[in-house]
Design a protein around this ligand. Structure first.
Ligand code: ADP
Length: 517
């Protein structure tokens, strides 16, 4: 072979063999036998197809090259497995080798280049690519699986950043809170969790310190429609790619119904307890308030029966008077009880009609003064403004300007408050009853200098049969103020009081004027 070509091939570690048109080896490079299938046959004089069987079947192509009709032919990635642990790969390129003199026919130069490293690398690359593809599809499958689990969960799922910004939500969260995914993602958790601060503190305390799953945290949430619902959350943290930064997963369940049932149960228990208390107060009132007048009646009638002939008619009248007033007292009690029960049954009627308030109040005060107010100084104060129509001459015209109130209910209110002022204050003390009106409402103020009401009794004072702890032996039923409250409520008014024990009490009733629509 051309010595120049030989020199060129050697440093590139390219082996070669030169064959004639019968494929008989004419010349080989020194290390060619490494690539031969049967190494002993890769020698000059032997048929090249024995050591390189890859040439079998392509003789026509090779002949075309020798004859100058085809420039070259290449076979790539030919493998030899003489050592199964270290396979050998090479590429083969066949080109024409022209004779040095014109009458010498051309030959075929087959160049062999080692491709083992290239092939191994290629194979390992292919293998890695396959592995990566497998991993990607495994990841996609597992993501798909997780997505399916999350979206089919009945509980709401929310994932937030450390600072509470929502990153992920599932379908249940969307339907529970009424927001779409787009309306939640990127927003703070506080848009749905009213007490987000509570969650924030809790997750830091429990999760970051103890790395524990936080369970059964009950919080109030607001839906998009503004409805408040109770949600029980469990919360856990997952470490993000950044050290010390966590994402938080919240799994929430709507427990509004359960909470409402709990509240309902608590309410009924309280109601039951209250009913028990009312019942016991009722029986103790019954024992006291009916007991005394009943014994008076029994005693007086027995005396009259047994000693009829020994009494003068004046004495008999006196006993009969006792029976009468005891019976009246019991009748009054029954009346009050009847009134209360019909009010509780919603049967107490509110019938507003024009009332000349000043006249009504001063007449009431006079009648109280004559009956149980004899021993007190009841002062009725009423500024002029109370009767805006006073200047008018005719009563029918005046009447048009009178405020509309239910005088029957108003009588219950004022009689009870004034009689209490009398009952709970010392003989000879002053009682002030003040009436003020503007265009909107009437204000009644009853002030006494009596025993006062202890602060501890304030809450329950308007409950039926309730009596303050400082009443001592002063008789009473605990019905008066509940009747007052009912009548004030029916007017849409308000009642309040201020009191200092031992110094006195002031009740204030405000009643808006009834306006016909
Ligand atoms: P009673 O028949 O016991 O007076 P009420 O319902 O009228 O019932 O009043 C309830 C309780 O409120 C009374 O028992 C008393 O303790 C207290 N109370 C009401 N008015 C006064 C007042 N003017 N001064 C002191 N205590 C009062």
């Amino acid at each position: 072979m051309n010595p120049l070509l030989k020199k060129l091939l050697e440093p590139r570690q390219t082996e070669y063999l030169l064959v004639n048109h019968n494929f008989i080896i004419q010349e080989t490079s020194a290390e060619l036998h490494h690539y031969a299938d049967t190494s002993g046959d890769a020698i000059p004089g032997a048929d090249a197809r024995i050591s390189f069987p890859e040439l079998i079947g392509i003789e026509n192509i090779l002949m075309s090259i020798i004859m100058g009709r085809l420039p070259s032919f290449e076979l790539k990635g030919i493998a030899r497995f003489a050592d199964p642990n270290r396979p050998l790969y090479f590429d083969m390129l066949a080109i024409e080798h022209e004779g040095e003199q014109e009458d010498v026919p051309s030959k075929l130069l087959i160049l062999i280049e080692d491709a083992t490293e290239k092939m191994v690398m290629k194979q390992s690359l292919i293998q890695r690519a396959n592995e990566a593809n497998l991993l990607v599809s495994a990841l996609a499958a597992s993501k798909d699986y997780i997505d399916k689990v999350i979206s089919s969960m009945g509980d709401a799922l929310l994932v937030t950043t450390t600072l509470g910004t929502i990153k992920t939500v599932n379908q249940s969260a969307e339907s529970l809170f009424g927001y779409s995914e787009a309306e939640l993602i990127g927003h703070p958790l506080s848009i749905i969790v009213v007490e987000e601060k509570l969650l924030y503190q809790a997750r830091h305390r429990y999760i970051l310190c103890h790395q524990e799953l936080l369970r059964e945290l009950e919080v109030i949430c607001t839906t998009k429609a503004g409805e408040e619902i109770w949600v029980e959350f469990s919360c856990s943290a997952i470490q993000t790619e950044l050290q010390e930064l966590y994402d938080f997963i919240y799994i929430g369940r709507d427990i509004t119904e359960r909470k409402q049932q709990e509240i309902e149960i608590r309410r009924s228990l309280a109601k039951e307890q209250e009913l028990r208390q009312v019942k016991s107060r009722f029986f103790s009132m019954l024992a006291h308030e009916f007991g005394n007048p009943l014994s008076t009646v029994l005693f007086a009638t027995k005396i009259l029966e047994d000693y009829d002939d020994q009494f003068t008619s004046a004495e008999k009248q006196q006993y009969l008077q006792h029976v009468k007033s005891a019976s009246k007292h019991m009748a009054q009690l029954l009346d009050d009880m009847r009134l209360l029960s019909s009010a509780e049954a919603g049967k107490l009627e509110f019938n507003p009609a024009p009332v000349d308030l000043q006249k009504f109040c001063s007449e009431l005060v006079e009648s109280i003064k004559m009956s149980y107010g004899k021993n007190h100084r009841i002062n009725f104060i009423c500024p002029e403004l109370v009767a805006p129509a006073k200047k008018k001459d005719r009563e029918s015209e005046e009447k048009q300007h009178w405020p509309a109130l239910d005088s029957k209910l108003l009588r219950h209110i004022l009689t009870n408050l004034l009689s209490n002022a009398v009952k709970y204050s010392p003989i000879d003390s002053n009682i002030y009853f003040e009436l003020n009106c503007d265009n909107e409402e009437a204000k009644f103020q009853i002030k006494d200098a009596g025993i006062g009401i202890p602060i501890e009794d304030k809450e329950q004072l308007f409950e039926s049969y309730y009596r303050a702890q400082n009443v001592g032996k002063i008789p009473g039923t605990g019905l008066g103020l509940s009747i007052v409250k009912l009548c004030v409520d029916l007017h849409g008014g308000k009642i309040d009081f201020s009191s200092d024990t031992g110094l006195g009490t002031t009740f204030v009733v405000k009643i808006p004027f009834y306006k016909q629509r």
